[in-house]
Design a protein around this ligand. Structure first.
Ligand SMILES: *Cc1c(COP(=O)(O)O)cnc(C)c1O
Length: 351
């Protein structure tokens, strides 16, 4: 059996294997659910009729999501992680040969799903400062007659964000090109466009429960857009895409507003601590740290591979992207250990 050209050389996604006492590589939350919530959750989950199919529209969890963010549930579609929603948008909202603009470096799945859909990926490369110039984005979309523009804001991996007004400018400038705005990290910043989907009929916003909300293992994400787009998304996804356990657990955790606000504050504190610590190690030509509006710190190193391997040897896993490193904020202890070993790595480098 001969696999077709577009899939024959693909490898399954495989995160770094091995036993690392400290994992700061995947931008997950470091906060476990409190014991009491775990117990309440166990009770809810144990009473579910698992022989039945789940609610295909995942109405309860969509309502809880909408309540938490102060929007209307009619504008929400749930996905098996926002990853699934990216896959459906790239696969079904485009046609073979369409041009899709991405702004790189960005979340690697955009390019992946777009290529699988046999679209032409038009990549606008970020400059040394990793900033996005809205006018350049508009120009690239227009010149190429792109059918879709996909980007994360704030950006993974650069940790930088575009202001609300800059994103509005892009939305106004690209005509009716579909704009997929991935706000996976917007829980750590205050420039969300969630409240403005009524103004833009070509905008889909993606959110995830995997980062601030601390539920990466559940696989739950959401798309927010005007009704015609949401209707189309619901029609294109597989009918039972979000399992009953995930729907119930997601609804329960999204109702815990006090816990979630506390979690946001704790993660932001940890992020500030990590950022300040790394910033203190900054040296021209050796280590450059970027400002962050996420739960991770992005930095550029003269010798990123050596530092990455050094930390790995110490049992600390972070993410390396070429000459750049991305480090997720962890607990106080994890951040302190990371900072100590990062300093050791840098000192080893200069002697
Ligand atoms: C983590 C991440 C996601 C994936 O979220 P899931 O809901 O876990 O699939 C999507 N987009 C960006 C930019 C991310 O960093």
């Amino acid at each position: 059996m001969q696999l077709n050209d577009k899939i024959k050389n693909l490898e399954p996604y495989e995160p770094e294997r091995g036993n690392f006492p400290i994992r700061l590589d995947a931008n997950e939350s470091f906060l476990p659910l409190p014991e009491k919530m775990q117990q309440r959750l166990a009770k809810v989950l144990s009473s579910l009729p698992l022989r039945r199919y789940p609610d295909p529209l995942a109405e309860e969890v969509c309502c809880k999501f909408a309540d938490f963010y102060g929007i209307s549930p009619s504008l929400v579609c749930a996905g098996n992680g926002s990853d699934e929603l990216i896959s459906v948008l790239c696969g079904s909202f485009t046609k073979k040969g369409d041009r899709v603009v991405v702004i790189e470096p960005d979340f690697s799945m955009y390019r992946f799903y777009t290529s699988l859909a046999e679209c032409e990926v038009v990549s606008l490369q970020k400059g040394q400062d990793m900033r996005i110039d809205p006018d350049q984005v508009i120009q690239t979309v227009r010149e190429n007659g792109a059918k879709m523009l996909l980007f994360s804001n704030p950006c993974n991996p650069t940790s930088l964000g575009l202001s609300r007004e800059e994103v509005r400018r892009i939305l106004r400038g690209v005509g009716d090109t579909l704009v997929v705005l991935d706000e996976a990290y917007m829980d750590f910043w205050d420039q969300s466009l969630l409240g403005e989907t009524d103004k833009f009929d070509h905008l889909v916003i993606l959110r995830t429960c995997s980062k601030m909300l601390g539920l990466a293992g559940l696989r739950l994400g959401f798309a927010v857009a005007q009704k015609p787009l949401i209707r189309a998304l619901r029609a294109c996804k597989s009918p039972y895409n979000v399992g009953m356990l995930t729907q119930a657990a997601g609804a329960a955790v999204l109702s815990e507003t006090v816990f979630l606000e506390e979690a946001r504050r704790k993660i932001l504190n940890a992020r500030d601590e990590l950022y300040t610590g790394i910033k203190a190690l900054e040296r021209p030509g050796v280590l450059q740290v970027f400002p962050t509006c996420t739960n991770f710190v992005f930095c550029r190193l003269a010798d990123s591979l050596r530092v990455f391997e050094f930390l790995k040897q110490k049992g600390i896993l972070i993410r390396r992207i070429g000459k750049d490193l991305r480090i997720t904020a962890g607990t106080k202890e994890e951040n302190a250990l990371l900072l100590r070993e990062l300093q050791n790595a840098l000192e080893a480098q200069t002697v």
